[in-house]
Design a protein around this ligand. Sequence first.
Ligand code: AMP
Length: 195
Amino acid sequence: MFNLILFGAPGVGKGTQAKKLVEKYGWIHLSTGDLLREEIKHKTPLGLEADTIMKKGQLVPDEIVIGMIGSALDANPHAKGFLFDGFPRTVAQAEALDKLLTLKKSAISLVLALDVAEEELVRRLLLRGQESNRPDDKDETVIRARIREYENKTAPVAKYYAGQGKITHVPGEGSIEDIFDALSAHVNGKIGQAA
Ligand code: AMP
């Protein structure tokens, strides 16, 4: 089983690249942001709780997203791999993910981190806000709060995986196809190593 984490700040292009990567490699795409937005759409108690937090640009509690990922792993016992997008976002989430995968006799294979300058992130998210109905993309204050959450709570996750020798940084500015080719080359390299 190949388990990839696509890592990076909001607006770095994780969702766009995740869609292309799962199409190419046949993995299951697990985006905690998408799972939370589904809960909000269906007005579940969990969705109502998450909605208030997400509108402020803050992270929802670890136990909520860890629970969602645990259920999704259980629901796909025969998956050839998973692509984690927007998860883990804290070191506690990363530790929990390692434990969940160990229980399934698996592990994270590779972490690919996309790097984009902050002003470019803000520009992209404001643009997405005009085209989508995501409330957290419509307000620059909320966008900057999300970037601060990333710096304070999520950036340390990169160190966690660096400690395991699993993270590779890839420039996230350029054409979607060029970035996709760079990500694919790293995946192919890792698959080749394992074969
Ligand atoms: P995203 O779609 O990944 O940009 O996530 C949108 C929002 O959902 C984030 O700003 C957080 O409020 C929440 N969220 C998504 N994934 C996580 C996570 N792994 N941990 C905590 N909050 C999350």
